[in-house]
Design a binder for this molecule. Structure first.
Ligand code: NDP
Length: 485
């Protein structure tokens, strides 16, 4: 099978596609059919060496450019990404299986937003002047150096861009390793940045499994690591980075609560629950997978939810009418099926779905469990699939304790018409990214990230600059210098 804008080799290093077939082959599987649609090779030590050398060698000259010049390149890359949105979206759909209906409005477009936003900021990055009597201190905002980005498989274009854009805006260079499950899209991000004028070596992509990620994280040439992945991987990568006292950003998993009060607009709450559980077939880190619904409206909520789920168009993800696609891989599908079986075994009531579809590819039905208890596996563990757990509650104080009773703290949402309650609940959530009467919006202008075990640092917004740069203080004495002897 051929697909548009097919990358021409496994890696993109120093401004060109590079192949090394000595690396372990990684098949690219189209989740909608199970067919192998491409093959890349994992980076060999020689490839890792070339990528890190390229990033290290390019960094000083890139940092020496003015912010305006760097920003212009990033904004040009944003324009190219938008012009090619259709082809990039088709590729994203082949890589992940997510419906074109989603990829055409979320992936390359949000990558372009990040390039445009941080491109615009690049020229505004300054230090400050601190007057101390006659003396003074000034600060310089300096890049960290070489950054390593490691991505998950659910948003390959977006993750490569969300990490690359602020890193490059600040004058860093990057080596990015996509997930082995979705190796294609990040190569296009690298190609576009180069075409837009980023000098060779500024943004490089290498393929590989966790061992390649681990080799990058532990290399002495690397100053910062930004990971999007699961909590267990986060622990390993954070520990490895700590050994070298490297800067980190950790965007990890979640088991986020969504609370629907009895005064909520049910139609909006159902929309929020659908967006927060079934978009991208549920493969979204910030999903609100524990849906606490007030006992008085529970049955109304469940019946409206079931009616609306019956309208999901499940099928060929390249068809623009399809609104629900397959899981990213057979492995992920089987993990989710395991949780569905556990939910039933532990006594939750299956309200909707629950089965694999009888067709090629890794398709599951959107699945809803009701009468879920807090101690069930489907209420405690991240499933990363289209499985919603609906739990009952009556009292606000009680539901807040239950909502926060988790090791995760990525996101949380509340649906209510009571203004004071909405803000009180949002303030009480132990989570980095919260929503009132909506769910899963992630504009580049707003900080995104988790608290507790869901992460360290923030992506997007002005705050990301703090995570890709460091301040140098320079004390300037204007008079004579006295010393004790
Ligand atoms: P994983 O944690 O399995 O992998 C993430 C990345 O880390 C992959 O590229 C993986 O390589 C790599 N990796 C694995 N082991 C190591 C290691 N020891 N050192 C360095 N790199 C390593 O996550 P998934 O890809 O399965 O993605 C799903 C997870 O990502 C979920 O938990 C989800 O919540 C989270 N996520 C978080 C987001 C956020 O912003 N907070 C957004 C999206 C997803 P490979 O897989 O190729 O072996």
């Amino acid at each position: 099978m051929t697909y548009p804008t097919q990358p021409t080799a496994s890696h993109f290093i120093n401004g060109q596609y590079v192949e090394d077939t000595d690396g372990t082959p990684i098949d690219v599987i189209y989740p909608a059919t199970g067919e192998v649609i491409g093959r890349v090779h994992s980076a060999t030590p020689a490839i890792i060496e070339r990528a890190l050398d390229a990033a290290r060698n390019a960094q000083a000259a890139w940092a020496a450019m003015t912010g305006t010049e760097r920003g212009r390149i990033l904004r040009r890359a944003a324009d190219i990404m938008r012009e090619r949105n259709h082809d990039l979206s088709v590729l994203e759909t082949y890589d992940t299986g997510k419906p074109y209906q989603e990829t055409s409005v979320v992936d390359a477009t949000s990558g372009a937003d990040a390039l445009e936003y941080f491109g615009g900021m690049a020229a505004t990055l300054t230090g400050e002047h601190i007057q101390l009597g006659e003396d003074w201190v000034y600060t310089r905002r300096e890049p960290l150096g070489v950054c390593v980005g490691i991505g998950a498989w659910n948003y390959p274009t977006q993750i490569a861009s969300w990490k690359g854009a602020p890193a490059l805006a600040c004058g860093n260079t990057m080596v990015f390793k996509p997930s082995e499950t979705t190796p294609l899209c990040a190569l296009k991000v690298a190609e576009i940045l180069y075409e837009a004028g980023a000098p060779a070596g500024v943004y490089n992509v290498v393929q590989g499994l966790g061992d390649v990620g681990a080799a990058l994280v532990t290399d002495a040439r690397v100053d910062k690591v930004s990971l999007t992945g699961s909590v267990p991987t986060g622990r390993k990568v954070y520990a490895a980075a700590a050994a070298g006292i490297k800067h980190v950003t950790m965007e990890l998993g979640g088991k986020s609560p969504m609370i629907v009060f009895d005064d909520a607009d049910i139609e909006n709450a159902v929309s929020g629950a659908i967006l927060g559980n079934f978009y991208s077939s549920g493969q979204v880190c910030s999903n609100g997978t524990r849906v606490f619904v007030h006992r008085d409206i529970k049955e109304a909520f469940l019946s409206r939810l079931s009616e609306r789920l019956a309208h999901a168009v499940i099928g060929d993800p390249q068809d623009p009418d399809t609104s629900f696609g397959p899981m990213v891989s057979e492995r992920q599908m089987n993990i989710v099926l395991g949780y569905i079986a556990k939910g039933q075994a532990e006594g939750a009531r299956l309200v909707y779905g629950g089965k694999r579809l009888d067709k090629n590819g890794f398709y599951l039905e959107p699945t809803v469990f009701a009468d879920v208890r807090d101690d069930m596996s489907i209420a405690r563990e991240e499933i990363f699939g289209p499985v919603m757990a609906v739990l009952d509650f009556e009292d606000e104080g009680d539901v807040m304790v239950r909502a926060n009773d988790t090791e995760f703290g990525l996101a949380a949402g509340v649906f209510t018409r009571d203004l004071a309650r909405a803000h009180r609940v949002a303030a009480g959530f132990q989570a980095g990214t919260c929503y009132i009467n909506t769910y899963n919006d992630a504009p580049v202008e707003a900080p995104f990230g988790g608290s507790k075990q869901s992460g360290v640092g923030r992506e997007n917004s002005k705050t990301a600059i703090e995570h890709y740069s460091q301040l140098k203080s320079i004390y300037v004495r204007m008079g004579d210098l006295e010393a004790p002897f």
